[in-house]
Design a protein around this ligand. Sequence first.
Ligand code: PLP
Length: 280
Amino acid sequence: MIVFLNNNLIDVKQAAISPFDRGFLFADGVYESIRTYNGKLFRYEDHIDRLMRSLKEIKIDFEDFGSLQKIIYDLIKQNNIEVEALVYIQITRGTAIPRTHHFPTDKISPTLFISVKELIENRDEQENGVKVILQEDIRWLRCDIKSTSLLPVVLASQKAKEENAVEAILVRDGLITEGTHTNFFAVKDETVYTAPKSKMILEGITRKVVLEFCLKFKLDYREEFIEKDDLKSFTEFFITSTTKEITPVTTIDYWTINQGEPGKITKSLQTVFKKITEDY
Ligand code: PLP
């Protein structure tokens, strides 16, 4: 595997980071995941805007965006990825000795790491739906930043895996925020609901695409928190992300929804999504 680390395309076996990198010591960094359709990076500008915003919010000075796209396409080529690629970009504040909690006083260069891998599509999940579990949202109060500090979601994801679920949906003070790495949607009376843009969720690019579809096809939608205790009043559920696209949710904990069948509106949104990504 060839990766990009600090201005070099190198074999992953040669890639090395200082133990004093603040990403390693403090998870002092942010990341992005982008995928391709037909070999072309999907909604690249949206992902880069979100990355820039995350960097700004944690005050990391990184401006070298001009060459990023070329580096990513070079990496895809060098790794001989023939079908679709999933790209991971991580930027940390950089390396500073000695370790201090506050930002280093001397100017340091951020560490930029990019890797790519072949994206394996999970058609079964998309067609038949998935099980999710509910877990308490114990993350910090800036979930709008795509921070590499992911321990709460690592633990919730592991719990989901142990329960044969594909995702843990997080609940804060009785309100559903989002999944560990997806946004959560519910449907009732032909209206689509999802948590509002706020510090409690990451504004997913796929979430944005789905809301654009709703506007375009005149499907009512509300950006409102769904109460955990009100879940049973909804008739369809789905999760969205770069890799999961629009995936129907057919089981929540021990509740099988709609006899395990993906919902009608979920399926129509999937059809539109498929069309735009096939033509991308
Ligand atoms: N919410 C969280 C917490 C995430 O980590 C992600 C993606 O990783 C998403 C939502 C979905 O975002 P996107 O659609 O941009 O992949």
